[in-house]
Design a protein around this ligand. Structure first.
Ligand code: COA
Length: 196
């Protein structure tokens, strides 16, 4: 398993986690798809079909990272799934679709490390910005992303199938990307970006 490191500063995980980080490989779908689905469906309220997983994993395997136990058979302890596409606003937009850390491995920097791996992989591919949605009640997720510099750009009322409301979070990777698309709610003074 080769850990993938881009030439960009990463948030290091706790060195004592006993994990290795690996990019998803389509050829290993049989090994990894079911454990990835099991981990994500356990923790995220939104039900995703296998086609949704394949949509992301088969097109953007280089933007899906797994934290695997270093001991064979290397069970998955955390995963992040994302994509990168041109958005109608004109930006090259990364999108983080799913992130989960096993409940036994939380608060050790693993989720933050996966997000920083994805950000650096997107940055290396020329992304302008990264977005995602998370439930307004998910304080763990909000804290994690906001510590990495994400801003709340929109409140999406009853966004999820279970009726809960989401924040859209946004991270600008390039100067100027934000002025084109930022709408929504208040930002901290020191990071406030001019709205159009
Ligand atoms: C959100 C989640 C991915 C965080 O994973 P993690 O590996 O524990 O994250 P990290 O250890 O990198 O946490 C980074 C920071 O986020 C914040 N955070 C994480 N979990 C938290 C919690 N339960 N309560 C409060 N803050 C929390 C903390 O500020 C933490 O830093 P600290 O431990 O130094 O205080 C994990 O809780 C999870 O899988 N939750 C269920 C699925 C989910 O909600 N996914 C995100 C949906 S978009």
């Amino acid at each position: 398993m080769t850990p993938v490191m881009e030439n960009i500063e990463l948030i290091p995980p706790d060195p004592h986690t006993g994990l290795i980080y690996a990019q998803y490989e389509v050829a290993k779908e049989e090994t990894y798809l079911d454990p990835i689905r099991a981990m994500i469906s356990k923790d995220l309220s939104e039900p995703y079909s296998i086609y949704v997983y394949r949509y992301f994993l088969n097109q953007w395997p280089q933007l899906c990272f797994m934290a695997l136990d270093e001991k064979p058979p290397h069970p998955i302890r955390a995963v992040i799934v994302s994509k990168l596409e041109h958005h109608r606003s004109g930006t090259y937009r990364g999108y983080i679709a799913m992130l989960a850390t096993s409940s036994t491995h939380r608060r050790r920097g693993i989720g933050s490390h996966l997000v920083s791996l994805v950000i650096s992989a997107m940055q290396a591919r020329g992304a302008d910005e990264v977005v995602l949605e998370t439930e307004t009640s998910n304080s763990a997720s909000l804290k994690l992303y906001e510590r990495l510099g994400f801003l709340r750009s929109k409140r999406l009322h009853r966004y999820y199938l279970n009726g809960s409301t989401a924040f859209r979070l946004l991270l600008y990777l390039r100067e100027g990307a934000g002025t084109r698309i930022l709408g929504g709610i208040s930002l901290p003074e020191k990071v406030r970006v001019e709205k159009k």
